[in-house]
Design a protein around this ligand. Structure first.
Ligand code: IMP
Length: 422
């Protein structure tokens, strides 16, 4: 397998965790290059369910190397919790995990500020995961953040943290929040730094040696295209580049070393948090929630659900340059009598087939639907493309064509075995 960038084509939660897990088999190294503990990648292996937030899903295969790249923001306490949980479940976490020295650190003041800002926004809140992601990336851009290299040098951590806590406590107090104890944060983070030190490496140099050795690298995207800070539905986005370019800047691997971009999309649309979603539909939500699906892996929130929106996936194909597509959760539509696909938008009498940049214009968009007949039979046990019902294949072909790209993978359930290679 060549070097592959895997990206979500919608608003996150496209089922990337499972596809990454399947593709990891033919990769040597799996790299996370953006986001933080806001992500939640669910992987089911046999009777075990793993939810990974910061560690690449490659960790579940002991012979793979996992890299948390420079573009990720790391909450060390959450990372250690994840490491401990994996170890408890008998997953190897040692020399197979590397953390970039230059990845930025998330501190409790980032989380506190995340909560305060959301509260202050009132009804205009973003609906963040409250993991401190926005404030941590804000510090990075403002050049006041601490990086993993600073976390593992105790004197440096102490000196820099003192300044950061003083500045942030002033803001927290002004907004009526709870100021943080410097001693407590220092003690927790010094201890975390000590435990994480063996994993902290110059990952750019490591990845370049791996490229020279012709290793196969999989770049696992977190969140989705429309949560991208530049290309998403701003301001209802996360604070990193979730699109394909983020894999390069967030890992130090140059664009010309990437061989393919794989877009992952659900057979329908979901979104968590606030912001416009033209195809949101109560009936689809009731159906999926009734099946016990579409609840967030990180926050447990019920996801907003709707019909497949090809306007957004086509835009995602443009921004990311999808060579190939993986379509997940096809089985979620198994019982539908009729399935709608959004092919364009309408505002009043004006019709168009592209995504408006103005969020207020997007909020006014009504979907234009094309109707497809449902297959009304279970796809969960289909083992090949041919075994899929004809109507399901027609549906998959249609949404692939509307998006653009080659359909490579269809996922029909959470298990590794429920994967069809087209
Ligand atoms: P933040 O990344 O916590 O700042 O949240 C910003 C927006 O991105 C919110 O709408 C979140 O619900 C959404 N978000 C963040 N991470 C994920 C994810 O992994 N899946 C889906 N939505 C996410």
């Amino acid at each position: 397998m060549a070097n592959t960038i895997l990206v979500g084509a919608q608003w996150g939660d496209e089922g990337k965790g499972k596809i990454i897990d399947v593709l990891t088999e033919s990769s040597d190294i799996v790299v996370r290059s953006q986001g933080g503990a806001n992500a939640g990648h669910t992987v089911i292996v046999g009777d075990k369910k793993f939810v990974l937030h910061l560690i690449p899903s490659g960790i579940l295969r002991p012979d793979k190397i996992c890299v948390i790249g420079n573009g990720v923001v790391i909450d060390p306490l959450s990372l250690l919790e994840e490491i401990d949980q994996l170890k408890q479940m008998k997953v190897k976490v040692g020399s197979n995990l590397m953390i970039s020295e230059t990845a930025h650190v998330v501190f409790p003041y980032h989380q506190e500020l995340d909560g305060i800002r959301e509260k202050n926004k009132g009804k205009n809140k973003i609906g963040t995961t409250k993991r401190g992601i926005g404030p941590a990336y804000g510090d990075k851009a403002a050049r006041v953040g601490l990086r993993m290299i600073d976390l593992i040098i105790p004197d440096r951590l102490e000196a820099r943290l003192k300044i950061r806590i003083r500045e942030n406590n002033a803001v927290i107090k002004a907004w009526g929040g709870k100021p943080l104890s410097f001693n407590k944060v220092l003690a927790d983070y010094t201890e975390a730094g000590k435990r994480l030190k063996p994993f902290v490496k110059n990952t750019v140099v490591y990845l370049h040696h791996a490229l020279q050795d012709k290793k196969n690298i999989l770049f696992e995207g977190a969140q989705g295209t429309f949560l991208d800070i530049d290309h998403g539905t701003y301001p209802y986005v996360t604070s990193s580049n979730t699109t394909a370019g983020g894999a390069c800047t967030g890992s130090g691997v140059p664009p010309h070393r990437m061989d393919r971009v794989l877009g992952v999309m659900k057979a329908y649309t979901t979104r968590v948090g606030e912001g416009p979603m033209p195809t949101q539909n109560q009936e689809v939500g009731d159906l999926l929630h009734g099946m016990g699906r579409e609840y967030g892996a990180t926050t447990g929130r019920a996801r907003r659900c709707g019909w497949f929106d090809s306007v957004i996936t086509r835009h995602a194909a443009m921004v990311n340059g999808f060579d190939e597509l993986a379509i997940t959760n096809l089985d979620g539509l198994d019982t539908c009598e009729k399935i709608q696909v959004c092919t364009g938008y309408r505002v009043g009498r004006v019709k168009f087939d592209y995504l408006p940049n103005d969020i207020e214009a997007l909020a006014l968009c009504e979907p234009i639907y094309q109707e497809f007949p449902g297959w009304q039979t279970s796809t969960e046990k289909c083992a090949s493309w041919k075994q899929l019902p004809t109507k399901a294949r027609q549906y998959l072909k249609a949404i692939t064509e509307l998006t653009t790209g080659k359909l490579r993978i269809v996922s029909i359930g959470p298990d590794r075995a429920q994967t069809i290679f087209v």
